[in-house]
Ligand binder design. Structure first.
Ligand SMILES: [Zn+2]
Length: 398
């Protein structure tokens, strides 16, 4: 009797050992589908403004409505970004046209995309199976220092405001100019006034692209949790666009969120041309694996693992490197203060394993492999951002 009991016990253990990895390989997909997945920054509208299409499945770029859906993305901050060649009034008209084109796309696709301005609308849109779109301005130059233009953008639905892009203004300094010592750095009195105005409107303040001195001034001035929509960790890659550990700790104390950028140039050092070519070859190999394994089963996943390990061995940017930055940010700022900010369609190259937004579930899988709990993964994928979006948009005082 005793023997047969222990036989059953060992048979059970054996079965568990055989089948548990296969089950774990698959349940990331369920977790990814069930979680609210938020991306802090996407530049696809730039492509739309150049005549591109984001409504049908494309082979160019990194995203469009069908690919968002395939990637299990639920919430997207769409960047309203004005190219440098557009100056003066043209820059302003360009920003408004960009917002109009996003609204036209949403109007044509009521079953796929819903633009939202508060947390209630966002939850409803996600519940209805739509991609919830948030209008986010990147780089305030188009407002030409005019307060009333912030009000106009707000009325048109803007709920996230990136104070600068890679240029400074008379009210805020960018990370690029501060890093070269070109400017003294910090917010002017006008800049502080804009921060207070954005606070009173319940608009999120985005500190990605902001110089460090301006960053500290924003933190001192704003009453709200702030966020970096697409930045990574300076401790792992010394680039002015990334946040120092001191900044990460401050964001944590402020209740804010850093949304980790996927751009390889912000993730690893030494990304020269030959290494870029290697990354491209690995993307080609990944595409071939997808053709060979349309079912995306265990064989596909183990081949992807091999590809990621090869990339890691060569020090190339990959899903693992994104996870390294997430790990670091979690270690320094805490699990409640980290999110994802892809920069898709604003970047020329993506990390191995993440050719475009359709591969996003694989990042959830890597986080699972690194031992994050289901709740922790949900926080990173979206809940942290939802917390600040709800707090800030719900706090409007005008
Ligand atoms: Zn940017």
């Amino acid at each position: 009797m005793k023997n047969s009991r222990s036989d059953i016990f060992f048979t059970c253990i054996l079965l568990l050992l055989l089948y548990a990895p296969a089950a774990a390989q698959q349940d990331f997909m369920q977790l990814h589908r069930e979680a609210v997945v938020v991306d802090g920054h996407n530049d696809v509208l730039g492509r739309v403004m150049r005549g591109g299409d984001m409504e049908s499945w494309g082979t160019h770029g990194h995203s469009d409505l069908p690919r968002f859906a395939r990637g299990g993305l639920d919430v997207q901050i769409f960047s309203i970004w004005v190219p440098s060649r557009e100056r003066g009034e043209n820059a302003w008209r360009f920003a408004l046209a960009e917002i109009d084109s996003l609204k036209a796309i949403a109007a044509r696709n009521p079953d796929r995309l819903g633009l939202v301005t508060d947390a209630g609308q966002l939850r409803r849109a996600v519940g209805d199976g739509l991609i919830a779109g948030i209008i986010g301005l990147e780089g305030g130059r188009c407002i030409d220092g005019r307060r009333e233009r912030i009000l106009t953008l707000y009325e048109r639905g803007m709920r996230s405001f990136g104070l600068t892009w890679n240029y400074s203004s008379d009210w805020a300094t960018c990370s690029k100019d501060e890093s070269t010592g070109k400017v003294k750095g910090g917010l002017s009195a006008k800049g502080r006034g804009f921060v207070r105005l954005l606070d009173s409107l319940g608009v999120l303040i985005d500190v990605s692209h902001l110089g460090e001195r301006s960053f500290w001034d924003v933190l001192e001035t704003s009453q709200h949790p702030i966020f970096a929509s697409h930045s990574a960790c300076r401790a792992l890659r010394d680039h002015h666009r990334n946040l120092t550990d001191r900044q990460l700790r401050a964001l944590s104390e402020n209740g804010g969120v850093v949304m980790i950028n996927f751009y390889p140039g912000f993730l690893v050092n030494n990304l020269n041309r030959s290494r870029r070519n290697l990354v491209q070859r690995m993307h080609d190999r990944h595409a071939e694996l997808k053709r060979q394994h349309p079912e995306r089963g265990a064989a596909y996943l183990s081949a992807v693992d091999d590809l990621l390990k090869q990339a890691q061995k060569r020090g190339l940017p990959s899903l693992y490197t994104i996870a390294d930055h997430i790990d670091h940010a979690v270690q320094v700022a805490g699990i409640d203060h980290v999110g994802l900010g892809s920069d898709f369609d604003g970047i020329s190259i993506t990390p191995v394993g993440l050719r475009d937004v359709t591969d996003l579930p694989l990042l959830t899988r890597v986080l699972q492999q690194r031992g994050y709990s289901e709740a922790a993964i949900r926080n990173i994928l979206g809940e942290n951002f939802l917390r600040i979006f709800s707090a800030v948009t719900g706090s409007a005082t005008r």
